[in-house]
Design a protein around this ligand. Structure first.
Ligand SMILES: N[C@@H](CCC(=O)N[C@@H](CS)C(=O)NCC(=O)O)C(=O)O
Length: 203
């Protein structure tokens, strides 16, 4: 298999790198440069018509796109340590928090990124006002996650899971975009310090 990867600050490929590191999976990879628009080249679009990274290409040419789908595939191949939960309730809670990270935090963050950041200035249809309107939504989302750490060490429960990977990579990308975790979100920041200290955070 071949993992089509993009370096930091791209948060979605990093999810998979951290996930693989946590499981001890060695993923052969090929870099796709987003600044050079390699994700929109015809050869890459033939693999992923969405023109985005990451993708995982299997030895028979099958392509899996979407970082969560790639991680689910890797979890099925390498069940231990379980990062999507094991018991029915754990599985549901990991899914619940994954969806909350993607819908409550990633959506407004992506709007700030696409509509206000200097690196995306060439994209068509930019609307600075709309981008700025999403900044407080990012902050509100961080405050929501901050409160969620009041009674546990990890996002979806007592154990580290893929939900932590989604929040960690999104929080680090938010910092890059210029709307990172508020200074007074102490529980969130303590959690971030603990996941950042894991060796997988270097991925
Ligand atoms: N939902 C997708 C999102 C993929 C995505 O947005 N990838 C970004 C890199 S983090 C990308 O390729 N951006 C370049 C573009 O959209 O042209 C996933 O989870 O894999």
């Amino acid at each position: 298999m071949l993992f089509y990867d993009s370096p930091n600050p791209a948060p979605n490929p990093r999810r998979v790198r951290i996930f693989a590191a946590e499981k001890g999976i060695d993923l052969p990879s090929k870099e796709v440069s987003i600044p050079q628009r390699e994700q929109k080249a015809p050869g890459y679009l033939a693999k992923n018509p969405r023109g985005q990274t990451p993708i995982l290409e299997l030895d028979d040419g099958t392509v899996i796109a979407e970082s969560v789908a790639i991680m689910r595939y890797l979890e099925a191949l390498h069940p231990e340590p379980a990062l999507f939960g094991k018991a029915p309730l754990e599985i549901a809670q990991v899914e619940m928090w994954n969806r909350r990270v993607e819908m409550i935090l990633m959506i407004p963050l992506s709007q700030v990124w696409v509509h206000t950041h200097a690196f995306t200035a060439a994209l068509p249809g930019r609307n600075q006002e709309w981008g700025e309107a999403n900044r407080p939504r990012v902050e509100a989302a961080f405050r929501f996650f901050d409160e969620s750490f009041a009674d546990r060490d990890f996002l979806a429960g007592p154990d580290y899971s893929v939900a932590d990977i989604l929040l960690q990579t999104t929080a680090d990308f938010a910092e890059f975009v210029g709307c990172g975790m508020p200074a007074d979100c102490e529980s969130l920041r303590a959690w971030h310090g603990s996941v950042s200290a894991r060796p997988s955070a270097q991925a």
